[in-house]
Ligand binder design. Structure first.
Ligand code: FEO
Length: 396
């Protein structure tokens, strides 16, 4: 592999997972990468590892630059297994290395990989290790993405290694932001934020403000997934601030639904037309044709979400149950939720969806709209008017 250098002595030694399409349950159409970094000075530090099946590739990349036995420090910024499952093999080869992690990181390493990791040395925010001319320092970042998470910063090179934060699930032969189509890059960056980091938005804002207060100069942000931000690192920081604080929300409505025999589909189209009649952008997404993760990405900049389910056995249609469970964990704030659906002899779909969404604290407009059997022309007109009411509120 051609050597990938961020700055003299700081190298990418990660791997690209070109064909992964399911990342612990959500779809990643463009694959991903597990970025590990090697800092070479009088002493050598490896920052993070990779997913276990790619361990040999990581070892090859390290050995192209140095020999793995010479690693003095292994920094574990985050214990989730996409970054640490190669670690047990790496520590056996890098026999003399010290392993550094946050206090929670040490606990989690022992629980994941056993008592061998009792030897992990705990670092906290502000601690430093001197490698020679280069110095590494640490910034704890709990819940970005797990309680153990921390950032590593190479002081002299002004490189921030924030692990999951600012990443993207994007497999590419490009490594840097100036080597890739910006639309693709930002599309994957927002999908990553929406599906992984949305629940932690207030913590992200606080962490960014903390870094700003510390006046850390940043030339490069090198996350542990996807592309490295060297041309314009503030682009992703500013984008995160906008996403986390809801600044990107626009006059857009997502209608997400499923259908058994077409009645809820007809309702969705009429409601969508009613919303669009106010000049508002509308997306109609049918579950079973669109993955939950893609719906959540579309919702990220929408003001309202309109959810439609047929009633099945007095309850919610299964694809909608899955969606509401998924979105209920992420809890995207600043959106208004509406509900509709069709039923046969007894309703329940709409009622149960409203209950589920209210329970997780999202803003629901009641009542929803429920119709029996196949909608008549008159009922479709009512659906259109329901859409108009939503459109009017969104526009206001
Ligand atoms: Fe990329 Fe939270 O692991």
């Amino acid at each position: 592999m051609a050597k990938v250098t961020l700055k003299d002595g700081v190298n990418w030694v990660g791997v690209v997972d070109w064909n992964l399409r399911d990342f612990h349950g959500y779809s990643i159409p463009r694959g991903t990468s597990y970025n590990a970094y090697l800092v070479i000075d009088d002493k050598t530090a490896l920052i993070d590892t990779v997913k276990a099946p790619f361990c040999n590739e990581l070892i090859e990349h390290i050995n192209e630059i140095t020999t793995i036995e010479k690693i003095d420090y292994i920094i574990v910024n985050h214990v989730e297994m996409d970054h640490s499952s190669a670690l047990p093999t790496i520590v056996k080869l890098a026999k003399n290395s010290k392993i550094l992690a946050s206090a929670r990181g040490k606990e989690e390493l022992i629980k994941h990989y056993g008592a061998e990791f009792e030897r992990v040395e705990v670092v906290k925010s502000g601690d430093k290790i001197e490698l020679g001319k280069k110095t590494l320092t640490f910034l704890e970042a709990p819940m970005l993405h797990w309680p153990d998470s921390m950032f590593t910063y190479v002081i002299e090179d002004k490189i921030l290694l924030p692990n999951d934060a600012f990443g993207q699930h994007l497999a590419s032969s490009a490594r840097f932001d100036d080597e890739i189509d910006q639309h693709v890059l930002m599309e994957e960056a927002v999908a990553y934020y929406a599906n992984i980091l949305t629940p932690f938005s207030p913590l992200i804002v606080k962490k960014i403000q903390e870094v700003v207060t510390m006046k850390l100069p940043i030339d490069i942000i090198a996350p542990s997934h996807g592309i490295i931000w060297r041309n314009d690192p503030m682009k992703i920081v500013n984008a995160y601030m906008d996403w986390c604080t809801g600044k990107v929300v626009k006059n857009k409505v997502v209608v997400v639904f499923d259908t058994m025999w077409g009645s809820t589909d007809k309702m969705a189209r009429a409601i969508g037309d009613g919303i669009a009649s106010f000049g508002i952008e509308v997306k109609l997404l049918k579950l079973r044709a669109t993955d939950n993760a893609n719906v959540v990405t579309e919702i990220a900049d929408a003001k309202a979400v309109v959810v439609g389910s047929p009633t099945l056995n007095n309850g919610i249609f299964p694809s909608l149950s899955s969606f509401l469970t998924y979105v209920g964990g992420l809890k995207p704030k600043g959106k208004t939720w509406y509900f509709f659906g069709s039923y046969g002899w007894g309703g329940g779909g709409v009622r149960n969806m409203i209950k589920a969404v209210k329970e997780v604290g999202l803003e629901v407009v009641e009542p929803g709209m429920e119709l029996k059997w196949v909608p008549t022309a008159e009922e479709l007109k009512k659906c259109f008017e329901f859409g108009q009411q939503i459109g009017q509120k969104v526009k206001a």
